[in-house]
Design a protein around this ligand. Structure first.
Ligand SMILES: [Zn+2]
Ligand SMILES: [Zn+2]
Length: 259
């Protein structure tokens, strides 16, 4: 783990000067990592598979014990429990699949991907999420959604960031699972304040009626996002989709924050 931290830090100093130069970033990063022959993004070992070597992949913080409805990481064993919030105020979505906990190195990998456009850092996570979903759907075909909806981003924020990471993830999952995906079913009406740093009540208020569904929704939908935080976005997006005709909405994401 220590070696992995060192690796990420080293890589970040290596990449920092290239971060603010727009589209060229992707090429530079890809160039560095590919020319190194499939280097691990965490520890820089040369024998990586989809960006992570085997020991670093095994060290990723798996979300083993979690709430069965919202995937909130729980401290005790067992996946058949509900967290306090789901008991008190059951969410409108039927379930959350989020294989990792949002902590090191998963948080750093996602932040680099999302805020710096360094897609290479998310490749191992997206790849493994897609593989996990393929096996979940094989075991439980009734959970198969008809459509993947990328969690919508306001157009202004998308322009600022250069891409919508949720759409990027949805596209990869769509290819692997053979389920169509869209960014057009739901639009974000107005720009919200960033969710980070807000209380749960503030987040819910921030998200009230910001989603507009453009046409009748299919019955079974999976919303795709990078991280599920309080679940406030997921709740409000699910409500909008249910009101537009969906019957079952689940959430698929890379990671779940502890609260
Ligand atoms: Zn490694
Ligand atoms: Zn829960």
């Amino acid at each position: 783990m220590k070696q992995m931290i060192k690796g990420l830090r080293l890589l970040s100093t290596l990449l920092t000067p290239k971060v603010n130069s727009g589209e060229r970033i992707h090429h530079s990063v890809r160039g560095i990592l590919c020319s190194a022959g499939g280097q691990c993004v965490a520890c820089l070992e040369p024998n990586a598979h989809f960006g992570l070597c085997t020991p670093c992949r095994q060290d990723l913080p798996a979300n083993h014990w979690h709430c069965r409805q919202c995937a909130l990481p729980l401290a005790f064993e067992g996946n058949d429990r509900l967290c306090g919030q789901c008991l008190q105020d059951p969410p409108p979505f039927s379930g959350v699949i989020a294989p990792w906990r949002y902590r090191f190195p998963v948080d750093s990998m996602i932040q680099r991907y999302k805020y710096n456009g360094q897609r290479t850092f998310a490749r191992p996570l997206i790849n493994d999420l897609a593989e996990h979903l393929v096996s979940v759907l094989e075991a439980a075909p009734e959970r198969r959604p008809e459509l993947l909806v990328a969690s919508p981003m306001h157009p202004a924020r998308r322009r600022q960031r250069g891409f919508n990471q949720a759409a990027d993830i949805a596209e990869q999952i769509s290819i692997r699972c053979g389920i169509p995906w869209t960014t057009e079913l739901v639009i974000r009406n107005r720009r919200t304040r960033p969710q980070r740093g807000l209380s749960r009540e503030e987040r819910l208020a921030n998200l009230t009626r910001i989603f507009h569904v453009t046409r009748r929704a299919p019955e079974r939908i999976a919303i795709v996002d990078d991280v599920v935080t309080t679940g406030a976005t997921a709740r409000s997006l699910t409500i909008a989709l249910l009101e537009a005709g969906a019957r079952d909405v689940q959430i698929w994401a890379l990671a779940r924050t502890p609260g």
